[in-house]
Design a binder for this molecule. Sequence first.
Ligand SMILES: [Zn+2]
Ligand SMILES: [Zn+2]
Ligand SMILES: [Zn+2]
Length: 147
Amino acid sequence: MEREQGALILRRLGLKATPRRLEVMQCLVGERMYLSADEVWNRIRVRLGSIGLPTVYRILDELAEARVITRIFSADRKQYFFMCANQEHHHHFVCDSCRRVVDFAQCGLEGLAGEIASSTGGRVLSHILQVNGLCAECSRTESEVAR
Ligand SMILES: [Zn+2]
Ligand SMILES: [Zn+2]
Ligand SMILES: [Zn+2]
């Protein structure tokens, strides 16, 4: 991703395209694995020098709120982040072993949304679905080890 492209994404969302925000986005874009705030911090402070971990947390939160990046939930309860270029409605299959994130388009929740709406009397506006497991490569490796 070009810096201008990142700046455009931010400005469209009404966010200022600060060098720090752009640097955080640059770090996550094109990355196939999800990253922790520490990892993002370690990568960008090589380039930016004086930036604190709390600042990186704040930027990641802002970008997640604006849906520029996605929060990934993990069993270790740490916060992880992933930047996805896919604009279509889709969900993420997350590998617990290598942290790879794979998009999948199958949703199957539309019907459930209707049921939830009628049983609660409310209205369903959106949903988040993340599926955890082992990616094709890791599940192959695991079965080879088991043999
Ligand atoms: Zn995605
Ligand atoms: Zn994997
Ligand atoms: Zn869905």
